[in-house]
Design a protein around this ligand. Structure first.
Ligand code: PAF
Length: 287
């Protein structure tokens, strides 16, 4: 694996691959890698003969009181894992190469509608920051394919909408969530959990499963399903942000006549200083 820090080095390498007719698959990350990220690289390797990953902790997607400063930066260990996963090229740009001017002076990419619900409601600047940095990384790497984890389902939908709206010629591939044995979705922020909180954390996924099961058993009162789940999360020690059933693709609330469409349950909840998110398909079941 080769590591490059500048756009010139990145472009030279990718251009050489292109000249020899090799496609490129790209996995953007913020580092502090876990098995979920490594699965992204493995999926990228299935998609194209050449693979690029980026590590960049993107300040534009963090709100003023969020964990940008304390976000774990572990480049050496990340590089070791990526080399072991047989990645071809790691792009680790400096802040000034991505944002040469203050953030408020930089052009931003906004994806309307998708970015004001669920995580966007409590993190108003988040998806604008994600869409902007992903657009910039796409323009820098110029991959044929890009892979994103389904744990951040809303992010995946934002990226799909953005690439469609802006005619970006990159195929977006979603990669299923990788879970710990007890069901907890892998996340860099799991490292913020104390031992006690870690023991409670799988309850979030358990509530998604319980709610999906109640739906399959015929419960169709969305408000009751959601409030029951929030109450159980509170009882387990979480501070729920949202627990909502929505259309999987549009992220809109289902109307009663929509009950047979593709629905998904979305959850975000605080446990101590960790904000955990997860989601689960409800399926295409007729009402
Ligand atoms: O999913 C992430 O790790 C980040 O949001 C991404 C896509 C790398 C953009 O900073």
């Amino acid at each position: 694996m080769r590591t490059v820090h500048t756009l010139t080095e990145l472009r030279t390498q990718v251009a050489a691959w292109r000249r020899s007719g090799e496609e490129v698959a790209f996995a953007p990350t913020m580092g502090n890698l876990h098995r979920g990220h490594i699965r992204l690289v493995e999926r990228a390797r299935q998609c194209a003969p050449r693979t690029v990953a980026s590590i960049f902790v993107n300040p534009m997607q963090f709100g003023p009181n969020e964990d940008y400063a304390g976000y774990p930066r572990t480049l050496d260990e990340d590089s070791r894992q990526l080399a072991e996963a047989r990645l071809d090229l790691l792009f680790a740009p400096d802040l000034a190469d991505i944002y040469p001017r203050p953030l408020e002076d930089m052009t931003q990419v906004i994806v309307p509608g998708f970015t004001t619900v669920l995580c966007g409601a409590s993190r108003p600047v988040h998806f604008g920051g994600v869409a902007t940095v992903v657009t910039k990384l796409f323009n820098m790497v110029q991959p044929d394919i890009a892979v994103f984890g389904e744990k951040d389902w809303q992010q995946l939908m934002v990226i799909r909408r953005m690439t469609a709206d802006l005619n970006i010629p990159i195929q977006i591939v979603g990669v299923p969530t990788v879970r710990e044995e007890d069901g907890l979705a892998m996340s860099s922020r799991n490292g913020y959990l104390s031992a006690e909180q870690r023991a409670v954390a799988p309850t979030l996924y358990a509530m998604l499963q319980t709610t999906a099961e109640r739906w399959r058993q015929g419960e169709r009162d969305v408000a009751i399903l959601e409030e029951d789940a929030r109450a159980q999360l509170r009882a387990a020690g979480f501070r729920p942000d949202y627990f909502e059933i929505r259309h999987a693709e549009t992220l809109q609330r289902p109307a009663p006549e929509d009950m047979a469409v593709d629905l998904r349950i979305f959850a975000a909840a605080w446990l101590g200083r960790a904000r955990l998110i997860d989601n689960l398909a409800v399926g295409h079941l007729p009402s």
